[in-house]
Unconditional design. Structure first.
Ligand SMILES: [Zn+2]
Length: 428
């Protein structure tokens, strides 16, 4: 059975930072899918005539977009969203690490994980690379809740053995054994994958980073994620801890952690040489503009990443980020670049790409999701403005789909997400 959804449709099947006309948009558009796979996208009349027997859902007035991909978000940090007035290391010490320590209680962790995955789905995020918890029990319940939700989640036990709170520390041996057990149970199960996750070099001994590299060698297809060059004090601390390292990136490189399935969050203060090496390794960067502004970390040097062909995509970085909305995150990326003399001006197509297809590519899922091309999985979001909202008033007068997209990123939030589907099935 083929289903056609009639709505305004927009997606970016090509990279708008490289190609002109990368945005494909249809005012009176349609998406057709069967058995969870997209079979056609385009103008409604064309799609309808290609599939005359299809069941048609008339969703005119709504906008259909690919499901969002959040490349960096911390599940244990929902409760610390909005902890104002602190830079990274103080924010971690006073607010965030004490909250993360509460996840030693598995029931507390289960409730947090449930709220987290539901909130992701309600925001239209169908795929996420999720920074996990420091406790194997808390990581287990995140995978359980993720499996139950149907979302595409990659995540892993966060491992650290220094410079956090003692209760968040483990040993390299325990980290290895607990990670291995979680990988064997969850990696490749349904839509779940495992990501090897040292918190950051500040909190890891060389033996711990070596364990991370060993896990990657032992198991196929694992992702790797951590933090990089977020804050000047953090970078100075890494330099003290790893006197042999020429820069922050080198602390991961030495253990074979920088590669195509690697996503490093932030990279606000990279050297040119780090950018060159990230580009050569085809590693990904999660750009988290809300968090960068909230913690006063700085402005993401987007032009320099583009110049060095470093692939990047958006992440909300909750709880330093200000919520799970990828619309809001796209707006923050726009604001930060506009407000900075060296910024790269973004348009709606580029922002949509960073919130969808770029993330899919960063997570190694570019063949399956991220845009609405035939053959891709039917992962999509229907956005419908609430009656009499400001967004409704703007969309009523929108002169083009591109203008509609600009208004969505500016005004649409959780309450405008009407429906979220993965492989054609409702998840929110
Ligand atoms: Zn983070």
């Amino acid at each position: 059975m083929t289903t056609i959804v009639r709505a305004t449709v927009a997606h970016t099947p090509r990279d708008p930072f490289v190609e002109e006309d990368a945005l494909e948009a249809y005012e009176d558009g349609a998406l057709a899918y069967e058995h969870g796979r997209i079979v056609a996208v385009g103008d409604f009349t064309g799609v309808r005539s290609a599939f005359p027997d299809a069941q048609v859902r008339d969703e005119r007035g709504a906008v259909l977009l690919p499901g969002f991909v959040d490349c960096h978000v911390h599940y244990p940090q929902i409760a610390v969203i909005g902890a104002m007035g602190l830079e990274l290391l103080d924010w971690l010490r006073t607010r965030t690490l004490p909250e993360e320590a509460r996840l030693a209680d598995v029931e507390y962790a289960r409730a947090t994980a449930g709220e987290f995955v539901r909130a992701l789905a309600r925001n239209g995020t169908t795929t996420a690379l999720v920074f996990g918890a420091h406790f194997p029990g808390a990581q287990e319940v995140l995978f359980e809740q993720a499996a139950g939700s149907g979302l595409r989640i990659a995540s892993g036990l966060v491992v650290s053995d220094r410079n956090l709170l003692p209760e968040l520390h483990t040993t390299p041996q325990a980290a290895y054994e607990q990670s291995k057990a979680l990988i064997e149970r969850w990696h490749g199960r349904g839509r779940l994958r495992y990501a090897v996750t040292p918190r950051f070099s500040v909190s890891c001994s060389e033996a711990m980073l070596e364990v991370c590299g060993g896990l990657q060698d032992e198991f196929d297809g694992l992702l790797f994620t951590s933090h990089l060059n977020e804050n000047r004090s953090e970078i100075d601390f890494v330099a003290e801890l790893f006197p042999w390292a020429r820069d922050y990136l080198a602390t991961y490189e030495r253990y074979g952690l920088v590669h195509e399935r690697c996503v490093l969050a932030h990279d606000v203060h990279p050297t040119d040489d780090e950018l060159r090496r990230l580009g050569a390794a085809r590693a990904g960067v999660a750009h988290c503009p809300s968090s960068n502004a909230f913690l006063g970390s700085g402005v993401f040097p987007m032009r320099r990443h583009l110049d060095h062909r470093v692939h990047f995509a958006l992440g909300t970085d909750v709880g330093a980020g200000t919520g799970l909305s990828m619309f809001k995150e796209g707006l923050m990326a726009y604001h930060m670049q506009m407000a900075w003399p060296e910024g790269r001006r973004l348009g709606p197509a580029e922002i949509l790409y960073l919130a969808t297809a770029a993330g899919a590519r960063a997570l190694g899922l570019g063949r399956d999701i991220g845009d609405l091309s035939p053959g891709r999985s039917a992962d999509f979001v229907l956005v419908r403005p609430r009656p009499e909202s400001t967004l409704a008033a703007v969309l009523d007068r929108s002169p083009s789909v591109e203008a509609t997209l600009g208004a969505l990123f500016t005004l649409a939030r959780e309450d405008a997400i009407a429906e979220v589907r993965i492989e054609g099935e409702v998840v929110a």
